[in-house]
Write a protein that binds this ligand. Sequence first.
Ligand SMILES: Cc1ncc(COP(=O)(O)O)c(C=O)c1O
Length: 343
Amino acid sequence: MICTNIIESIGNTPLVQLNPIQGKGNVFAKMELMNPFGMKDRVAKQIILEAKRTGELKEGAPIIESSSGTMACGVAMVGACLGHQVHIVTDPRIDSITLAKLTSLGCNIEIVERMGTNGWQSARLQRLHEMMDRLPGAYWPRQYENPNNPVAYSALAEEVMSGLGHVDFLIAAVGSGGSMTGTARALKRYNPNLKVIAVDCTGSVIFGQPDRSGRLQGGLGNSIIAPNVDHSLVDEVHWLNDEEAFAATLALAREQQIFAGNSSGSVYVVARWLQSCVPQHTNILAIFPDRGDRYVDTIYSHQYRVVKQIDGLVLPEEPQLVPYRTVVHSWSYARLEGVAQRV
Ligand SMILES: Cc1ncc(COP(=O)(O)O)c(C=O)c1O
């Protein structure tokens, strides 16, 4: 395949079948981590191209986004490729690998120094608004509420359908909600009985848990509920704590030779557990969002795990079923039937 620029190489990621279990379901991993940077490359491409098409983003106008991870890299790549100066607002928790990627692409990085009234997120948003005032005509992709975030995953669903033909279960990590919502909506057009399993972390508010700051997991989980999370699509939610998510990520590398981030790890253990619960010929789609490189000093560092007192890497064989809204501290799951309207 010849691409005329890097944007054209986004998507069409491989679908990898994970180790089969005799007489049980099949798990297929959608390797979004094999995009140029990661899963959010799709979102950046969809949002920015659409904003250019509608005229919301003018030729050569600056783009500003608040992110410290995969979205920042996607926006930096797509924005720069199309001739826009990209400004990324972030905080001191940004890892050195992401920082190197962003600076090498010519991004302007704004690192806020102090938390705001609602933590780092509010400090970043305040700086972003100041910059929007300073840079007239600047465009902000707003991944939490932009409908083009979920729309970006229609293509992912089409790729899966053309390879697999039928999907019974979707397992996706949830942060902004875009990947879970968009993939589920598109797959449900083919199979209205699709079951959707959301994966979150303990201490995240997305599925009714009380907020806990200082979570070590990246990518999934949130302190706010993004409008792009469509709870009505979700049948079941799983929460893993930091120690379990790290253990899961290490297991993914050891058992499947996939070096990934913690959201892939959590999705993996949920998929592996589900695989053993469902009959033969059941197809489970698991989305793996990003590679492990930016986690070398955290998840993949023994020293870090010792300092954080999670070096026991305890990971239960199976999750505990709890009623929705039960406060959980370790791998648990709840069914959402009927609660969507009340979220
Ligand atoms: C590594 C990683 N995993 C999972 C997610 C969650 O995806 P979404 O925002 O589509 O819910 C993100 C979001 O930024 C991410 O960066």
